[in-house]
Design a protein around this ligand. Structure first.
Ligand code: SF4
Length: 287
């Protein structure tokens, strides 16, 4: 009998669960609904929601839309998007994650109350959440993605540092240390660790989980950046870790001699997908 277990800590974070719930609620009394960007980076979940009537549009399409409804996903949006929707008479279903909204408010407060300080955001340039954060300063902030970006900071002036919610804690701590070393007194440096633990805690959890099985099937969409990061973490503790998106990706070679199989996934992997893979494997291997 092959032991098959799903990681209880894998799957959507509460921000994404909340956004999907809001979309599904709206679709119980509407035939269709637009979301600004994909609600989640997973092809199967997007197909399931699309079947219910959800479809994603981009900011250019929002600009030409009139008098309809739009769902803002968990990443949040800058104030300019709210303004655009209102100007076009579009009703907003705001599914921005509460954690992101709190961070947006903190950045806005720092920017308004300390106009002479440089607001620095540790994050990925152009990422939807980061665009929403940058918008709180009207674009007057510095985004640090790589070490090379540090030369855009003036170390003789005050610095207030925040982080995109999904960045790594180690990377943030490194950045704090570097800024402290480079700071030229009397300039002041304050920092806010605004990394969401829903994601940050997944790495130690993943290590514990993946090390317990003969093989690990990591389920994720190929587009998911979080999926790529977490899969690498699986591989560091279990050499027989395999990246799959659907049941069809599983080969006999992967399963060879495995007496225990761990199934886990990214923050964008739906629970129902991991469950259906586990059920099919159980049928196949434990007849
Ligand atoms: S990762 Fe955290 S901040 Fe981001 S959507 Fe999920 S719960 Fe919200």
């Amino acid at each position: 009998m092959v032991h098959i277990e799903i990681d209880s800590k894998s799957g959507f974070c509460f921000g994404v669960i909340n956004a999907i719930k809001k979309a599904e609620e709206s679709l119980t009394h509407e035939d269709s609904l637009c979301s600004l960007g994909d609600i989640v980076h997973n092809e199967q979940e997007m197909a399931r929601l699309s079947h219910k009537g959800l479809h994603a549009i981009n900011h250019d399409e929002l600009a030409t839309m009139r008098g309809s409804k739009i769902l803002f996903r968990a990443h949040g949006e800058p104030p300019s998007t709210y303004d655009l929707a209102r100007e076009n008479g579009i009703e907003i279903i705001d599914a921005s994650c509460p954690v992101v909204l709190v961070l947006q408010k903190k950045i806005k407060k720092a920017y308004t109350e300390q106009p002479n300080a440089q607001i620095v955001i540790y994050g990925k340039k152009g990422h939807a959440e980061v665009n929403g954060l940058v918008g709180q300063t009207g674009g007057n902030c510095i985004v640090i993605e790589h070490k090379e970006d540090l030369n855009t900071i003036d170390f003789t002036k005050d610095i207030i540092l925040f982080s995109q919610t999904t960045k790594s804690i180690a990377g943030f701590n490194d950045l704090v240390k570097t800024i402290e070393e480079k700071l030229v007194p009397p300039a002041q440096f304050t920092y806010h660790d605004t990394i969401c633990r829903q994601v940050a805690n997944r790495i130690p959890n993943m290590h514990n989980f993946a090390s317990r099985f003969d093989i690990v099937l990591f389920v994720s969409g190929v587009q998911s950046s979080n999926g790529k990061v977490l899969f690498k973490e699986c591989q560091t503790v279990n050499k027989r870790s395999y990246f799959i998106s659907t049941l069809d990706d599983i080969t006999d070679d992967m399963l060879q001699d495995a007496q225990s199989i761990g199934i886990c996934g990214a923050t964008s992997t739906p629970k129902w997908l991991m469950e259906s893979i586990a059920q099919e494997l159980d049928k196949r291997l434990n007849k």
